[in-house]
Design a protein around this ligand. Structure first.
Ligand SMILES: C[S@@+](CC[C@H](N)C(=O)[O-])C[C@H]1O[C@@H](n2cnc3c(N)ncnc32)[C@H](O)[C@@H]1O
Length: 260
C-alpha cells in the first residue's frame, strides 16, 4: 500500500479544525470501561484524548506516517498497550477477530473511500467489529453546493491559501486546489483536492509536501439512505458538533447500529 501521507503527515496536527469533536465522541462512550475502535485514527488527534475515558481503544490506519505521529503521541501520554494500540490496516478489508462497544471514524475518514466496493468493504468492517447492541458513528462534511455547483467549482484549478501555522524553524503555509475536475455519475460524486504544505524559515523556502486525496461527496438524505441500505438502523443524527440540526450545520454525523 502506497502511503500517500508519507510527506504530509507531519503537518496534519497543525491544521486548525473548525470544531471540537472530541467531547462529542467522549460522550458517546457507552460506559467507562467500554472498548472503542477508531477506523482511520490518523495521528491520534481523537484516539489519544479518548483513551483516558474508555477501557481500551484500538486504532487502524492505512498511513504508516500518520501512525508514527500517533505512536509518539501515545508514548507522550503514557498510554500502554493495555489501554491503546494502533496498527496499519485497510479499513475496507480487515478483521481483528474481536468486537468493540463503540466504532468511530471521525473527521471525514469515510469520504476517502472512493469506490462502491470500498464503501461496501467499510460497512462489512463496521459490522464485523460491533459488539451486540453497539453503535458506530460516522462523520462527513455537508456539501455547501448542489452537484452542479460542486462540479463547476472543481473546474477551477487555482490554488487558495487555507491556513498558516508557526513551527520551531519558521512557518508552514497550507494551500488547496482541485487537481482534476470532480467525477460525477448518477450515484457518485467525487472531488480531488490537492493540499500543498510549504515550509519557510524566515523568507527562505525550506520544504514542500503534497497530499492528493479523493473525497466522495454525499448529501444528507443520501448519506442516511446509504447507511440503511447496508443493513443498519439510524440511532441519532447531528448537523455538526455544536448541536446543529442534521442537514443544517457544516457536518453530517450519524450514529447507527446493526439492524439484524
Ligand atoms: C482526515 S484523517 C482523520 C484522522 C483522524 N480520524 C482524526 O479525526 O483526526 C483521515 C485518515 O483516514 C485514513 N484512511 C483513509 N482511507 C483509509 C483506509 N482505506 N484504510 C485505513 N485508513 C484510511 C488516512 O490515512 C488518514 O489518516
Amino acid at each position: 500500500m502506497i502511503d500517500v501521507r508519507a510527506q504530509a503527515a507531519r503537518y496534519y496536527d497543525l491544521q486548525p479544525i473548525a470544531f471540537d469533536d472530541v467531547p462529542f465522541y467522549r460522550e458517546h462512550i457507552p460506559w467507562p470501561q467500554a472498548s472503542v475502535l477508531e477506523l482511520g485514527c490518523g495521528t491520534g488527534r481523537v484516539l489519544v484524548p479518548l483513551a483516558e475515558h474508555c477501557g481500551y481503544i484500538h486504532g487502524l490506519d492505512a498511513s504508516e506516517a500518520m501512525l508514527a505521529v500517533c505512536r509518539a503521541r501515545m508514548k507522550k501520554a503514557d498510554l500502554g498497550p493495555e489501554k491503546a494500540r494502533v496498527q496499519l490496516a485497510d479499513i475496507t478489508d480487515v478483521g481483528l477477530g474481536r468486537k468493540f462497544d463503540l466504532v468511530i471514524a471521525p473527521y471525514r475518514v469515510f469520504q476517502n473511500l472512493e469506490s462502491d466496493e470500498s464503501v461496501d468493504g467499510f460497512f462489512k468492517t463496521v459490522r464485523k467489529h460491533l459488539a451486540p447492541g453497539a453503535a458506530c458513528i460516522l462523520n462527513i462534511f455537508r456539501p455547501n453546493r448542489d452537484p452542479d455547483g460542486i462540479v463547476q467549482r472543481s473546474g477551477d484549478p487555482r490554488e487558495t491559501p487555507v491556513w498558516e501555522a508557526p513551527i520551531e524553524s519558521g512557518r508552514v503555509f497550507a494551500y488547496e486546489r482541485f487537481r482534476q475536475p470532480a467525477f460525477r455519475s448518477a450515484d457518485r460524486l467525487v472531488i480531488y483536492p490537492r493540499l500543498t504544505y510549504r515550509e519557510y524559515c524566515g523568507d527562505q523556502p525550506a520544504g514542500e509536501a503534497v497530499l492528493d486525496i479523493a473525497m466522495r461527496v454525499y448529501y444528507p438524505e443520501e448519506f442516511e439512505r446509504l447507511i440503511v441500505h447496508h443493513g443498519f438502523r439510524i440511532l441519532g443524527r447531528w448537523g455538526g458538533y455544536a448541536g446543529e440540526p442534521y442537514g443544517q450545520g457544516p457536518e453530517l454525523v450519524v450514529e447507527f447500529a446493526d439492524s439484524g
